[in-house]
Design a binder for this molecule. Structure first.
Ligand code: C2G
Length: 142
């Protein structure tokens, strides 16, 4: 019986409980979880500013117990290729991407899971900036 392979994609900047809960839920969808972590160059394409560089974000995700493999996400177009290359059965994302990747349905199952509420990198930065301001520290996070 073929191992059921799950893949997901993301930046995973300032790794937090929302990321962990999603990865844990994704891991339960199959036997093997592959995570494609967005490179710094690809994040620039996504207009996404990150605090933590790719090599550290990738190493953190690779060391999450439920993650079996980390690969770089370098383009929007690589998903279909990855599905073939890694013999993926399930493509899954948080539902802030609901419907965005339905074009992959001919190649594998496409699943969108509810996001973890009340936590995001943006909210973490806002809390940190508030903390810094309250303690009179300049140079806030972008
Ligand atoms: N996520 C979540 N709950 C949160 C925050 C994030 O479930 N509180 C999920 C997102 O839905 C996403 C994953 O965690 O599936 C990674 O989130 P980001 O690092 O913000 O990834 P993103 O920038 O959306 O990149 O090609 C797809 C993109 O690379 C996705």
């Amino acid at each position: 019986m073929k191992n059921r392979i799950v893949i997901t994609y993301g930046t995973f900047d300032m790794f937090h409980i929302g990321h962990l809960r999603l990865l844990q839920r994704l891991a339960r969808l199959g036997d093997r979880l592959i995570v494609a972590v967005s490179t710094d160059e690809f994040n620039a394409l996504k207009n996404k500013k990150t605090l933590i560089p790719y090599d550290q974000r990738a190493e953190i995700v690779a060391n999450i117990a439920c993650v079996d493999q980390v690969v770089p996400e370098q383009s929007w177009e690589q998903k279909q290729h990855d599905i073939e290359r890694y013999q993926v059965d399930v493509f899954a994302m948080g539902n802030d991407w609901q419907g965005a990747f339905d074009f992959l349905k001919p190649y594998c199952e496409v699943v969108y899971l509810p996001r973890t509420q009340d936590v995001s990198t943006t909210e973490l930065k806002q809390s940190l900036n508030q903390f810094l301001t309250e303690h009179g520290v300049q140079g806030l996070l972008p």
